[in-house]
Design a protein around this ligand. Structure first.
Ligand code: NAD
Length: 553
């Protein structure tokens, strides 16, 4: 009985165009034309009125605006993405400034924390440790065969929220939506992956609805074998794919980057993308302060992936552009971590901190570190809210005419200080940027529009440049070029209102320019799989997806 019923349903489905309505990549909803409805046997399966994409956007926005919480807006948008991909991207791209904080940080953080509870449909591929030995078969189950970008996490360090296990899946899938919205990477070329090696998050392990592997995180050799098998499986199934590692814990993130960066086409956005975005912000900040990069003393709070990644790129820039030696460049970057100032005399420092462990008196408290070093810039990448206290900020204002203050920890609840605190405590003199967005602040009649140091300015353009010319590797020079390109897009008007990044609504154009700059390096470094096109900007432009409906009849 069941078999007959099932096969009848299948036959019926494929003799009419129902699957066009159910496949988000094909669906046009009420925008199917008269001719298409006729040709695809859809007549009567939709309300008779035919709507344009613009009218559909209007309807979606009406519904979106009725949602009373950001999480509901997130759920609504993901459901739209599952129904009608073109409409989803049209809506997101037309309203990027309002929707970026919903489909990515900060709301995506909450969505990950609630993932098992708000789950509706899977998106992406789950590589579970229990399936070891079969990862290649699993990737073969993914329906799109021309995958160009894979964002993969193991869920250990989701934003500043820590270990969320398999619930970290919101991050790769959100990030890939940004690849498409910000740089026009075709959705069919995007694959989100979560590697489930267990979790040490006790709340998740005790949550009856948690649907990841219920055991502590696999470590050591067994973990490395899993990642090796995954990377190999990607090579077998998707040889043209760029692998972006995302939100791995820092004991693994640095190791994996160092292990694979010279073997496959890969980068780590938390380390390299953040570095590029922050360096671009510094370049803009220096236009305000009128100082050089070499004249900076930069103090980081937090010595993890973001912090040391940023410092490494700053050092590269100081060497390339201002002729400093490696030692002199590193002396301009200082770190404070959870135990205080990172200095040579400290024992058992992680290897990524060693280049920045200078000879200096040790101070356990950040306030004392600030007093001792008198930095020109403080960069918060600690995930610890409220650590840029009033006294820290006013000390920065005492030592600097225009103190540079970047509070980059995400989501908003983890920011080292708020925009308002930064401006109030420095009497409006701070050059401020944050990781998550803050509302404009008015102080003594002047309105500041704080810039969001959003990696979405960088990684989509880098990815577009890399995949457009089939780059074999991703190099640090590409991130340096991306930082310079982004900084060059900041206008005097942006700087005058306190923004050290261009408005987010320009991100597609910025991504395109970054992609061109990155592709130039790919060709110059002999890493391209194709001959250099005569008109590179035009070539890159031609690769950018636009959300417009296909015509079926
Ligand atoms: P990580 O886990 O690699 O590093 C965090 C570091 O903070 C560690 O060195 C840890 O020792 C240190 N730390 C913890 N508690 C501290 C304390 N009380 N005082 C000083 N240091 C302390 O994480 P990460 O990848 O470096 O990310 C850190 C934060 O930066 C996260 O909140 C992340 O969301 C944010 N981030 C923002 C952006 C962005 O805005 N574009 C990009 C990347 C990372």
């Amino acid at each position: 009985m069941t078999d007959i019923a099932t096969s009848k349903t299948h036959a019926a489905k494929f003799s009419n165009g129902m699957h066009y309505l159910h496949d988000p990549a094909l669906n046009k909803g009420t925008a199917f034309t008269e001719e298409e409805r006729e040709a695809l046997n859809l007549r009567g399966l939709l309300p008779p009125g035919i709507q344009t994409l613009e009218e559909q956007v209007m309807r979606v926005m009406g519904n979106y605006n009725r949602k009373t919480s950001d999480l509901e807006k997130y759920i609504f948008l993901v459901a739209l993405q599952d129904r009608n991909q073109t409409l989803f991207y049209r809506v997101v791209m037309d309203h990027l400034e309002t929707m970026m904080p919903i489909i990515y940080t900060p709301t995506v953080g909450l969505a990950c924390q609630e993932y098992a509870h708000i789950f509706r449909r899977p998106r992406g591929v789950f590589i579970a440790a229990k399936n070891k030995g079969r990862f290649s078969d699993i990737l073969r189950n993914w329906p799109d065969r021309d995958v160009r970008i894979i964002v993969v996490t193991d869920g250990e360090r989701i934003l500043g929220l820590g270990d969320l296990g398999v619930a970290g899946m919101g991050i790769p899938s959100g990030k890939l939506s940004l690849y498409t919205a910000c740089a026009g990477i075709h959705p069919a070329g995007c694959l989100p992956v979560t590697i489930d090696v267990g979790t040490n998050n006790v709340d998740m392990l005790h949550d009856p609805l948690y649907f990841g592997m219920r055991h502590p995180r696999i470590r050591g050799e067994a973990y490395d074998e899993i990642i090796d098998e995954f990377v190999l499986a990607v090579q077998e199934n998707f040889p043209n794919a760029l692998i972006q590692f995302e939100d791995f814990g820092n004991t693994n993130a640095f190791r994996l980057l160092n292990k694979y960066r010279d073997r496959v086409c890969t980068f780590n956005d938390d380390i390299q993308g953040t570095a590029s975005m922050s360096l671009a912000g510094l370049y803009s900040a220096l236009r305000i302060t009128g100082k050089t990069l070499a004249a900076q003393k930069i103090l980081f709070l937090g010595a993890g992936e973001a912090g040391t990644g940023i410092a490494d790129l700053i050092v590269t820039a100081m060497i390339h552009d201002e002729g400093l030696s490696l030692t002199d460049a590193r002396r301009r970057c200082w770190f404070a971590d959870s135990k205080g100032l990172v200095v040579k005399s400290r024992e058992k420092l992680a290897s990524h901190k060693l280049p920045y462990a200078h000879d200096h008196e040790y101070h356990p408290y950040f306030m004392d570190v600030v007093r001792a070093l008198k930095p020109t810039a403080i960069i918060g990448v600690s995930g610890q809210p409220g650590t840029f206290t009033g006294p820290v900020l006013s000390a920065m204002a005492e030592y600097n005419e225009r103190p540079i203050v970047f509070a980059l920890s995400n989501p908003t609840s983890r920011s080292e200080c708020t925009a308002k605190e930064a401006y109030v405590w420095t009497k409006g003199r701070a050059v401020f940027a944050s990781g998550s967005p803050f509302e404009p602040v008015t102080l003594d009649g002047k309105t500041f529009v704080p810039g969001q140091g959003n990696n979405a300015y960088i990684f989509p353009g880098v990815g577009l440049g890399v995949i457009s010319c089939g780059a074999k590797r991703v190099t640090n020079d590409m991130f340096l070029a991306a930082a310079k390109t982004l900084a060059a897009e900041v206008s005097e008007a942006d700087l005058n209102r306190g923004s050290i990044y261009p408005p987010l609504k320009r991100v597609r154009e910025v991504s395109w320019k970054i992609a061109v700059a990155v592709a130039e390096i790919v060709f110059d470094q002999g890493l391209a799989a194709i001959p250099r096109p005569d008109d590179l900007p035009e070539f890159i432009q031609s690769k950018m997806y636009e959300p417009v409906y296909p015509v079926y009849a």
